[in-house]
Design a protein. Structure first.
Length: 96
């Protein structure tokens, strides 16, 4: 039986969200957190990540922009986009 944990990368510009996520899921999953899209890309380059969860509204690089950069180089991880706002344009962009 393989005991390796699934690795999750959570990207959010709100540090409290990163801390809460890691505290909640660290026992069952290998959790990586990043405060920006550029920090997240560095983590992806150095670690095998199975799931990427990213907030949409972040400064410098939105969640959709981050996922666009990631998809060509790191196609395997499952990608999840979170948003607390009704931004239909972002949803359409993410799907397309």
């Amino acid at each position: 039986m393989n005991n390796d944990k699934i690795s999750i990368l959570y990207v959010d510009d709100e540090e409290n969200n990163l801390i809460s996520f890691k505290a909640t899921f660290r026992l069952k999953y290998k959790v990586f957190t990043a405060i920006s899209g550029s920090d997240a890309i560095k983590i992806l380059e150095e670690n095998l990540i199975h799931v990427i969860i990213t907030d949409q509204r972040m400064p410098n690089m939105t969640g959709v922009e981050f996922l666009e950069k990631v998809i060509d180089k790191f196609a395997d991880p499952i990608r999840i986009l979170l948003t607390g706002f009704t931004d239909m344009n972002a949803v359409v962009d993410a799907i397309n």
